[in-house]
Design a protein around this ligand. Structure first.
Ligand SMILES: [Zn+2]
Length: 245
């Protein structure tokens, strides 16, 4: 079971060298593998070279999450995006980050007279909460304590099949033919269009597993409640406490 979990849900650190790149170490970027999905968290300078080095097909990256707008966390983004275009990507790329990120990307594309051949779907992050929800996984963001607005990410694998709450499904009149879909985490839509959320008629059978990326942050109690059930927790820091004294 353990091997299966590791194969299905894993993290590859592409860079963790904080603000200054160094030989053979790189600014922040990491890839989260979740079943067939690849999520890229942050995209420091040189990330696309690291992706090539690890022989990762960047066409498989569907979602990129940028924690904040310090350069060591996103200066590799325009390079990666334009390479995706040059290599003929046609399917959509979802980008999540602070609202002004899209202004920077659009300006860089505009002055280079570049039109991407694929839809770049930008999702500004303005408040804490769920930013991506799928029957098999979810991504939530939470505020960290940094000099500029900065977001951590909690990626959760919903461990199906879920357990059907018999009394609830009968109460809601959900037909037995739909039970297999419920076990896979799908919501039920009634004939009148009412959505019955999956978690109101099922419960987790196996505990969910999750990974928390806490980005740049000072110590703050508020993060603890957001990440308390994470199976794996990641922090980065450039300075030790004494450097501030
Ligand atoms: Zn920073």
């Amino acid at each position: 079971m353990k091997d299966t979990i590791e194969a299905m849900f894993g993290v590859t650190i592409l860079g963790n060298n904080s603000a200054l790149p160094a030989y053979d170490r790189h600014p922040t970027a990491q890839l989260v593998t979740l079943n067939e999905q690849l999520f890229l968290i942050d995209c420091g300078e040189g990330t696309q070279m690291q992706i090539a080095r690890y022989r990762i097909r960047h066409s498989k990256i569907g979602h990129i999450f940028i924690s904040h707008l310090h350069g060591d966390h996103y200066f590799g983004l325009i390079g990666l995006i334009t390479s995706m275009g040059l290599l003929g990507r046609e399917h959509a790329l979802n980008l999540y980050g602070p609202p002004r990120l899209i202004d920077i990307i659009e300006l860089q594309l505009k002055v280079a007279d570049t039109t991407l051949p694929f839809p770049l779907l930008f999702h500004p992050i303005e408040k804490e909460g769920l930013i991506l929800d799928h029957p098999k996984y979810s991504v939530a963001c939470f505020e960290t304590s940094h000099r500029i607005p900065c977001w951590g990410f909690l990626i959760t694998e919903k461990r199906n099949p879920r357990k059907i709450l018999r009394e609830k499904v009968i109460e809601k009149g959900i037909p037995a033919a739909f039970y297999d879909h419920l076990k896979q985490g799908e919501d039920y839509v009634t004939k009148t269009g009412e959505v019955i959320p999956n978690d109101s008629v099922t419960s987790p059978n196996i505990p969910d597993s999750s990974y928390a990326f806490c980005a740049d942050t000072k110590y703050t109690e508020s993060i603890a409640t957001k990440v308390q059930n994470a199976n794996l927790l990641y922090h980065e820091t450039t300075y030790l406490n004494r450097s501030f004294q």
